[in-house]
Design a protein around this ligand. Structure first.
Ligand code: GDP
Length: 195
C-alpha cells in the first residue's frame, strides 16, 4: 500500500482512549531494540516517523498511527534487556493483555524477533499469549542483513520450528537496510485488513 497520509493520533494506556473510528488495525509487538521503529518506517515509507523506542521505565503507551484514513498501525510497547520492577512489568502485561483481548478491530499482530538469535523467554511469552488468544500473527525476523547469506534459509527454518508455526502463521525474514521482506509483510497486512 502506498502510504500518502500518516498521523500519530493517540498514545493510549487504557481502552477508553483507543480510537473509535472502527478502522481495522495491526499491532506491532517486539522487545525494545528488535527493530520495530525501523520496520514501521520502511512500511510507511518514511525515514524517521516512528521514533526509536524509549528507555525501559519511561511511560509505556500504545501508539496508534492512522494510515490513509483507513487503517491503524499500533506500536505496542516492549521491554528492553534491562531489568524492570515487578510492578512495572505487571502493569505493562495488563495493558497489553487488555489490548489484545478486548480490541475488536485488531485484525492481526506482527510479532518481531531478532533473526540472529534463538527465541528468548520474552519471545516465548509473546508467542504463547498470541497462540492462547488465537490472534492471527505474522512473525517477522529482523536484521537479516546481519546474517551470512548462506545461513538465512536454515535460520528461517530453525525459527519456524522453534515457534511451532501453524498453517495460519508465517514467518518473513526482513531487513530494514535492504527492505527485503517488506512486500510480503504488506501483502499479509492487506489480507488481514480487507473486509
Ligand atoms: P526498536 O527499539 O525495536 O524500535 O528498534 P530500532 O528500529 O530503533 O532499531 C534498533 C537498532 O537496530 C538501531 O540501531 C537500528 O539502526 C538497528 N536496526 C534495525 N533494523 C535493522 C536492520 O534490518 N538491519 C540492520 N543492520 N540494523 C537494523
Amino acid at each position: 500500500m502506498k502510504v500518502t497520509d500518516v498521523q500519530l493520533v493517540m498514545s493510549a494506556v487504557s481502552p477508553s482512549q483507543y480510537p473509535t473510528t472502527g478502522y481495522p488495525e495491526i499491532g506491532f509487538l517486539g522487545r525494545s531494540n528488535v527493530g520495530k521503529s525501523s520496520l514501521t518506517n520502511v512500511l510507511i515509507q518514511r525515514k524517521d516517523y516512528a521514533h526509536t523506542s524509549g528507555q525501559p521505565g519511561k511511560t509505556q503507551t500504545l501508539n496508534f498511527y492512522e494510515l490513509n484514513h483507513k487503517l491503524y498501525f499500533v506500536d505496542v510497547p516492549g521491554y528492553g534487556y534491562a531489568k524492570v520492577s515487578k510492578q512495572a512489568r505487571e502493569k505493562w502485561a495488563e495493558m497489553i493483555e487488555t489490548y489484545l483481548t478486548q480490541r475488536s478491530t485488531l485484525a492481526g499482530v506482527v510479532n518481531l524477533i531478532d533473526s540472529r538469535h534463538a527465541l528468548s523467554d520474552y519471545d516465548r511469552q509473546m508467542h504463547d499469549w498470541l497462540a492462547y488468544y488465537q490472534i492471527p500473527t505474522l512473525y517477522v525476523a529482523t536484521k537479516m542483513d546481519k546474517l551470512a547469506k548462506s545461513k538465512v534459509k536454515a535460520q528461517a527454518k530453525d525459527l519456524q520450528q522453534q515457534l511451532h508455526l501453524t498453517a495460519d502463521q508465517s514467518l518473513v525474514m526482513f531487513s530494514a537496510k535492504t527492505k527485503q521482506g517488506a512486500p510480503e509483510i504488506w501483502n499479509w497486512i492487506t489480507d488481514q485488513t480487507k473486509n
